[in-house]
Write a protein that binds this ligand. Structure first.
Ligand SMILES: [Zn+2]
Length: 537
């Protein structure tokens, strides 16, 4: 077999994806998503637009130790300015990022009407900006905005914009279907023309999904010679979204037409984490995962019982286009739990618990997980809670401490109309926790900026001989979701924690009462840390 050609993946979830209606990433969100994408094996991660908002400015204010090429996004210098006299460009050049992805207009009509400048000045702006970034030692990419519409209107000019960047040393010229209206055969024909002038291993595609063909357009570009695909996780993006990397990656890895020709940075092993990555992003955004998402959706490999199911039992290939396990999904058959069982076994192996696959306790654990997931627990996301549940059922979690009592008080102290400002009121929250560690009983009280915070502070104030093990424990994120299961609403709380070694984990609690749900998740986080630190029983 001939050597495979390297194809590069560029993720813009944090920049284009951040334009999605209802999506608002915090710095914590961005860092967590970057970590996930980096581990997956994405070649370029576009973090955002330094200088455009405080989150992105902060994100690029310090170097991030990553395998990926961390990329900052921004505009080429404004017309009529020099590169040294453009504040936006300055922020971009100062960003702690290995690469800069510039965006520039490549449609003559836009240059004249939106930018109100001459075609030549736009080309000069592209050249100057690429040169300035190269001089700063950055790898440079150029997003050619509205490239396909621009090419249809004035092919020579659209191409001149791309060439200006390429000739100045940009490693990638990315052809953007900015308003998402271009069709696959048009993309294929236009990219084929571009690669006659710029080698395909310097050409990328950035497709929007306005005709539901962004994934197809990305593949059309690759067929024509482009060697970089830009997209987002779960197809996030403004309007109808961007090309969905979660669909593109498995197609590249599992479909022989692409798998035999191309190689990407995502290993077979990492591909098995894809369903997790997709769902973890949804969880972070407080969205329900799309059950019908190709490859990773809960229904993607669910076949109704009956003749199909029995045929699948005999030979899965009869009804499935790829193996669900390859992307970390599972086959769902109403008549069999084999998929769930092998999933649990795989998880146990991952966390280093050696169990015989016929051990009765595995079946019990699976039943327990299913029963708990039915009432709202989310073990796929809450890896640490799953590990504790598994360790408990296999009998290996010491009883470190017991919370015998807790009390949380929220008081509002108004001004009863006597103060000057009647609308001013104060809310005070206090928590008291009684903990038994061995023969010792410890009582701690704390104030907090809310009930959960007060409870957390009180709980972690004094754990006696275990205190030293949790000193480096930090809660980095707290997410609440109200689930409507049948008649009553329950609350699911997910807590993300971090410790001094930089490890991250997620725990879950479910209850009709938000404080109780939070308490469960807090307890799991502390116990997980104690187990992890090897604290003595
Ligand atoms: Zn875009």
């Amino acid at each position: 077999m001939a050597a495979r050609v390297r194809l590069y993946l560029f993720d813009t979830t944090l920049r284009d994806g951040a334009q999605t209606n209802g999506v608002d990433f915090t710095l914590i969100d961005k860092l967590a998503i970057i970590r996930m994408l980096d581990e997956l094996g994405i070649d370029y991660i576009e973090g955002g637009y330094p200088g455009a908002n405080p989150t992105d400015t902060q994100l690029f204010s310090e170097p991030r130790m990553l395998h990926t090429t961390f990329t900052a996004f921004g505009m080429v210098r404004r017309p009529g300015r020099s590169t040294s006299n453009d504040v936006g460009l300055g922020a971009l050049l100062d960003a702690k990022a290995a690469a800069i992805c510039f965006v520039a207009k490549s449609w003559d009509y836009h240059v004249r009407v939106a930018l109100e400048t001459t075609l030549d000045e736009n080309l000069a702006s592209i050249r100057d900006s690429v040169r300035a970034a190269k001089a700063k030692g950055r790898e440079v990419l150029l997003d050619c905005e509205h490239f396909f519409d621009g090419y249809k209107a004035n092919p020579a000019y659209a191409l001149a914009c791309a060439l200006a960047a390429y000739e100045e040393g940009a490693s990638w010229v990315v052809l953007c279907d900015t308003n998402g209206g271009t069709l696959p055969h048009e993309v294929e024909a236009i990219v084929a023309e571009v690669v006659k002038r710029i080698p395909g291993d310097h050409v990328g595609i950035h497709a929007h999904n306005d005709t539901d063909q962004a994934v197809a357009n990305s593949f059309a570009a690759v067929r024509a010679g482009a060697r970089q695909i830009q997209g987002t996780l779960n197809g996030l993006g403004e309007r109808c979204g961007n090309a969905n990397l979660v669909s593109i990656i498995p197609t590249l890895k599992l479909k022989p037409e692409y798998a035999e020709k191309f190689e990407i940075g995502v290993s077979d092993e990492k591909l098995k984490k894809l369903a997790y990555v997709s769902h973890a992003l949804d969880e972070r955004l407080n969205r329900s995962p799309n059950r019908h998402a190709p490859y990773v959706g809960e229904s993607a490999f669910a076949t109704k019982a009956g003749i199909h199911a029995s045929a699948i039992m005999k030979d899965p290939a009869t009804y499935e286009h790829v193996e669900p396990e390859a992307v970390g999904n599972r086959r769902k058959l109403l008549i069999s739990d084999q998929g769930g069982r092998s999933n649990v076994l795989a998880e146990l192996e991952r966390i280093g618990l050696k169990v015989d696959k016929n051990d009765q306790r595995v079946a019990r654990l699976l039943d327990e997980v299913k029963a708990r997931e039915a009432i709202g627990y989310a073990y796929e996301t809450a890896d640490a809670s799953f590990e504790l549940l598994a360790r408990r059922m296999l009998g290996t979690v010491p009883k470190f401490f017991d919370v015998s009592y807790f009390d949380v008080k929220v008081e509002q102290r108004g001004q009863d109309g006597q103060g000057k400002n009647e609308s001013v009121h104060e809310v005070l929250t206090t928590a008291v926790v009684k903990v038994k560690v061995g023969d010792e009983t410890l009582i701690s009280a704390a104030e907090g900026n809310g009930p959960v915070n007060a409870l957390d502070v009180a709980l972690r104030k004094d754990l006696g001989k275990y205190q030293k093990f949790i000193e480096g424990l930090k809660l980095t994120d707290y997410r609440v979701r109200i689930l409507n299961s049948g008649t009553e609403a329950v609350t699911r709380v997910l807590i993300e924690s971090e410790d001094e070694t930089g490890d991250h984990w997620t725990t879950v609690g479910v209850s009709p009462n938000i404080i109780d749900a939070s308490f469960q998740a807090l307890m799991d986080s502390i116990v997980y840390k104690l187990v992890k630190a090897g604290a003595p029983a």
